[in-house]
Ligand binder design. Structure first.
Ligand code: HSE
Length: 445
């Protein structure tokens, strides 16, 4: 390689837990190859962590370790600040301060950017610094790079992803091993997949943070987490996983963003996916994202969405990008959200009631004459077309002479508001004996 006289770019880490230590170790292990790619060395020269002893144990003696993140931000020798603290609180303050101090920022913090991204990107734009966040979405999968650069020729039509490993692990375990939700969640936590607060995983919030970021980049709209529809898997019953299987589907927690006639859909909820689709076969804690572009068609990105070195892989990719680009004029860099800041679109996020999709319904009904006719009559009156019907003895009252039965209905597409109305009418039928289960369905055709 032609010798370069550029001095190494100097990096300060805020937080050296799972991802921070992975970043340190991978940078060290692959330093020569990374230097050949970046055109200069990339060195972590300073680390801030409240647990100084833990930090010291990871980085050894050659790196300055402090317990105050602001010392890293204030150090004139630091070129890039890597924020690995997480959350919307102090992390937001520190990222804004780092930007104000003229540092480039790399962050894995999807919550922060999904909620405060507009403020943070505007501040970075004003200061002419980069905020890179490949590690914030789907861990080691380079989906941000793909959307922002690789697919830049396309009008993106939709993105559908399994972007939370914890819930995918739980759903896989529940299906494969007939485990209870709580047991599978505990295992996911022990394996280190779950967020510190697992409600972010199981209630779909983490996936919503990630799909919000992908949506902004795909469609050139501001990050709008507050407008995302979010529903998790904590209410999902084992029998629905089984019935879905019998109908040729698997249930996945999907992050979905679509260009629709009335705006942009932005939603996270459990969905039936045909078992034959690749996405339905993404198992365990793996992540996968399908992007449909008008020119390229469907493209699929698959890999580890969490973990120390997979996430470090994304953090370091951002460090290399910054090392290559930081001497370029800010206006010649790739924009944070793929579109030029003065060319953003004001396309509205479609309210969930206006989304068009298909459905799986499970009704526990009295097993007597006319029940099916009444239920299907309500759907027919609402203009909702039925795709398939399955009747099974309900788990809890099954057996010979049972007087109750589970009625499972798959519908064709209809607008959500119509389905809500029909559900309300069905729910009050005296022969409907329990709250109706409704799960949306994505054919991904
Ligand atoms: N808790 C996240 C997941 C980890 O389960 O996918 C990375 O965001």
């Amino acid at each position: 390689m032609k010798p370069t006289n550029l001095s190494p770019i100097r990096v300060g880490l805020l937080g050296i837990g799972t991802v921070g230590s992975g970043t340190f170790n991978v940078l060290l292990r692959n330093q020569e190859e990374i230097r050949r790619r970046a055109g200069r060395g990339i060195e972590i020269t300073m680390v801030a962590d409240l647990d100084v002893a833990r930090a010291r144990a990871v980085v050894g003696d050659g790196v300055r370790v402090v317990d105050d993140a602001r010392k890293v931000i204030a150090d004139p020798d630091i070129d890039i600040v890597v924020e690995l603290i997480g959350g919307y609180g102090i992390a937001r303050q520190l990222v804004l301060e780092a930007i104000e101090a003229g540092k480039h920022v790399v962050t894995a913090n999807k919550a922060l950017l999904a909620v405060h991204g507009t403020e943070i990107f505007a501040a970075a734009h004003r200061k002419g610094v980069m905020v890179a966040f490949e590690a914030a979405v789907a861990g080691g999968i380079p989906i941000i790079k793909a959307l922002r650069e690789g697919l830049t020729a396309n009008s993106i039509q939709w993105i559908v992803g399994i972007i939370n490993g914890t819930t995918n692990f739980i759903l896989s375990e529940m299906r494969d091993k007939a485990l209870d939700f709580a047991v599978a969640l505990k295992q996911a936590q022990q394996l280190g997949y779950a967020e510190a607060d697992p409600t972010f995983d199981i209630e779909g919030v983490d996936a919503a943070h990630k799909v919000t970021l992908m949506s902004a980049i795909a469609f050139g709209i501001p990050v709008q987490f507050d407008k995302a529809y979010v529903e998790g898997i904590s209410q999902l019953a084992a029998q629905d996983i089984r019935y879905a299987e019998q109908l040729g589907y698997r249930i996945k927690l999907l992050g979905i963003t679509k260009r629709a006639a009335n705006g942009i859909e932005l939603r996270v909820h459990p969905s039936l996916v045909p078992a034959k689709r690749l996405l339905a076969n993404v198992e365990g804690a793996m992540n996968a994202v399908v992007v449909q572009g008008d020119a390229v068609g469907a493209t699929l990105y698959y890999g580890k969405g969490a973990g120390s070195e997979p996430t470090a892989s994304a953090v370091i990719a951002d460090l290399v990008d910054i090392a290559r680009l930081h001497t370029a004029d800010p206006e010649h860099r790739v924009p944070h959200l793929a579109f030029q800041p003065d060319a953003m679109s004001d396309l509205a996020i479609v309210p969930m009631s206006e989304v068009v999709t298909s459905y799986y319904l499970r009704l526990k009904v009295a097993d007597e004459a006319g029940v099916l006719a009444r239920v299907t009559g309500i759907l027919a009156e609402a203009g909702i077309s039925i795709d398939a019907v399955l009747q099974r003895e309900a788990d809890d009252v099954g057996g010979e002479g049972a007087t109750q039965t589970d009625l499972i209905i798959l519908t064709h597409d209809c607008v959500e508001a119509k389905m809500n109305q029909a559900l309300a009418q069905m729910q009050v039928l005296p022969t409907v004996l329990a709250p109706i289960t409704r799960i949306r369905k994505e054919e991904l055709a």
